[in-house]
Ligand binder design. Structure first.
Ligand code: MF3
Ligand code: CO
Ligand code: CO
Length: 269
């Protein structure tokens, strides 16, 4: 099998790690205000993860092949930054949108989740992009059940996002997750129904679509990590870690502060 199947006790570990990652975002929410720097948010998150949660921030010093070590504990991607933005001293300003991506390791298990935050009052266009991207993630999650295929997830996300006039980033994808941060399979956010791997109970992976208001092409900044839109259009991303259950899915990265699922999910449950 090209991916790991988690046992019931593994899944308990994943549930805990997932909830903790989501609780970091809950805790950060009140701090995301005009004038705060993303570096300050990183410090607050680092202290909370290490001291309160007694957990490890997975990004810090993470060094995939071909990369330099990631220097911070969270990723903060502002406006036209797509993903892997490195926290810095620049203050957030009214109307910015920022993705905060948190991954914690607890008892050896990873939980990986991100949300969009609108700083102060956002434009209609910015709020629409964030909302559509949230629904796109959930349309992907809704496809998760035994016997479905990874291509079903990608197609659900792509067809929805493109129908709204947005584009889907191709170069980065969701991923299997467990005792490793990134494991097989790759979870593409575009594709054709009925293609790619079949989902099996016990698989755990992320769904984390990156949706651009303009064109899908990307550019990497000279810092070795930050990815931006080539046309400098706004980009949004949401991420959950999910488990394939016997009957469907369980979202592992939920907590008391998680935004509610869209109504098309509640009506299906
Ligand atoms: N959390 C990101 C993901 O969803 C990965 C970040 S890698 C880092 O897969 F090193 F930039 F943190
Ligand atoms: Co991820
Ligand atoms: Co992430």
């Amino acid at each position: 099998m090209p991916f790991s199947i988690k046992s019931p006790s593994d899944i308990e570990g994943m549930r805990t790690a997932g909830r903790l990652a989501s609780e970091v975002l809950d805790m950060l929410t009140a701090h995301v205000q005009p004038g705060v720097s993303t570096e300050r948010l990183d410090q607050i998150a680092h202290d909370y993860i290490t001291q309160v949660q007694q957990a490890i921030p997975a990004p810090l010093n993470y060094t995939p092949p071909g990369y330099i070590p990631y220097p911070k504990s969270i990723c903060t991607s502002v406006n036209h930054q797509i993903c892997h933005g490195i926290p810095n001293e620049r203050p957030l300003k009214n109307g910015d949108i920022v993705n905060i991506d948190v991954t914690v390791i607890k008892d050896g298990w990873h939980g990986d989740t991100s949300r969009m935050f609108v700083v102060g009052e956002g434009s209609i266009a910015a709020k629409r992009l964030c909302g559509i991207t949230y629904d796109a993630m959930w349309r992907g999650i809704a496809k998760v059940k035994p016997g479905a295929r990874l291509g079903d997830i990608g197609h659900a996300i792509q067809s929805f996002a493109e129908a709204q006039g947005f584009s889907v980033v191709r170069e980065f994808c969701g991923h299997g997750i467990g005792q490793k941060f990134h494991e097989e399979p790759q979870v593409l956010h575009y594709g054709r129904p009925g293609t790619l791997e079949e989902l099996v109970p016990g698989m755990t992976f992320t769904i984390e679509p990156m949706i651009n208001a303009g064109r899908r092409e990307i550019r990497e900044l000279g810092d070795g990590w930050t990815i931006v839109t080539k046309d400098r259009s706004l980009s949004a991303q949401w991420e959950h870690t999910v488990l394939v259950t016997e009957t469907g899915f369980e979202v592992l990265t939920l907590s008391s502060g998680s935004p509610p699922a869209p109504s098309f999910i509640q009506s299906a449950a």
